[in-house]
Design a protein around this ligand. Structure first.
Ligand SMILES: Nc1ncnc2c1ncn2[C@@H]1O[C@H](COP(=O)(O)OP(=O)(O)OP(=O)(O)O)[C@@H](O)[C@H]1O
Ligand SMILES: [Mg+2]
Length: 250
């Protein structure tokens, strides 16, 4: 299908007796910025895990740029162009910001063992660009452990960008942040979408973040896709009101 970057059909995943994803159909076009919302346990992170190859679906298929990526190992899915950010484990706390991003670039390129020479210099240059893009220029020589929560997230974002993704998945990108840090981080995410043309799918419980930044919203409930539409359509939907927004402050 032309224009579809990601296409999901009939995706189902059971954990024991729990239906974490049930027969989900979903597509994302190039350049979109969209959110998946839903109550705790709705299946949002499960969908991310299935897309990134962390989990294998019981049934259903996932296509990326027209290629069937269902069940591929996670590193092949990264190579295909899907990156998931905000996994703190990616950061080495004792390395500087620059070293973190550079070593990630080197690993992605298979340059782990060429610690000297051109490969290293090239990666350092590219790391510098990613760091600038993620508003960390003046922190490049700080150890990751010494960064604020917001700066750590920006570093995770720079690391996620080091695989040159076409689709970026962000699972609760501003969880635990102050209001200022959250809005700075989401402004950066918006810039990555608008300026780099990166397609972005994020999950979030804070509805002002969702409605302020997503152009399309998918509501999940008990593993099922309930409604997929514009923020306005989802906000105004009686079923969304009943399932989710009833308990939320909008
Ligand atoms: N690895 C797993 N093993 C067993 N059950 C799991 C596993 N991962 C998720 N689940 C269950 O699947 C359901 C969906 O979980 P998931 O983490 O996808 O929800 P979520 O929408 O991301 O929730 P939250 O908003 O709390 O992050 C939940 O009932 C959860 O307990
Ligand atoms: Mg989750």
């Amino acid at each position: 299908m032309s224009g579809d970057l990601l296409r999901i059909e009939g995706l189902t995943k059971m954990f024991g007796g729990i239906q974490a994803a049930h027969n989900i159909d979903y597509t994302l076009s190039k350049g979109e910025i969209a959110a998946i919302i839903g109550p705790n346990g709705a299946g949002k992170s499960t969908v991310f895990g299935l897309i990134t190859g962390a989990q294998k679906p019981d049934t259903g298929r996932i296509w990326f740029e027209g290629r069937d990526i269902t069940g591929l190992p996670a590193h092949e899915i990264v190579n295909a162009g899907i990156s998931r950010a905000f996994q703190v484990a990616n950061i080495f706390p004792k390395l500087t910001v620059l070293e973190n991003v550079r070593s990630s670039l080197q690993v992605r390129r298979g340059h782990v063992f060429s610690l000297f020479g051109d490969a290293r210099r090239l990666c350092a240059e590219e790391a510098g660009e990613l760091i600038d893009r993620c508003d960390l220029s003046d922190k490049r020589l700080l150890e990751a452990a010494d960064l604020s929560q917001g700066d750590k997230k920006r570093l995770e974002l720079a690391i996620a960008l080091s695989s040159a993704p076409k689709l970026l998945l962000l699972d609760e990108p501003v969880a635990g942040m102050s209001r200022d840090e959250a809005s700075q981080t989401m402004d950066l995410v918006t810039r990555l979408n608008e300026e780099m043309g990166l397609t972005i799918l994020f999950t979030e419980h804070n509805m002002s973040i969702v409605f302020g930044h997503a152009k399309r919203v998918l509501l999940l409930h008990r593993g099922e896709a309930i409604i997929d539409g514009s923020p306005q359509e989802v906000r105004d939907s009686p079923v969304a009101q009943e399932i989710y927004f009833g308990e939320q402050v909008l």
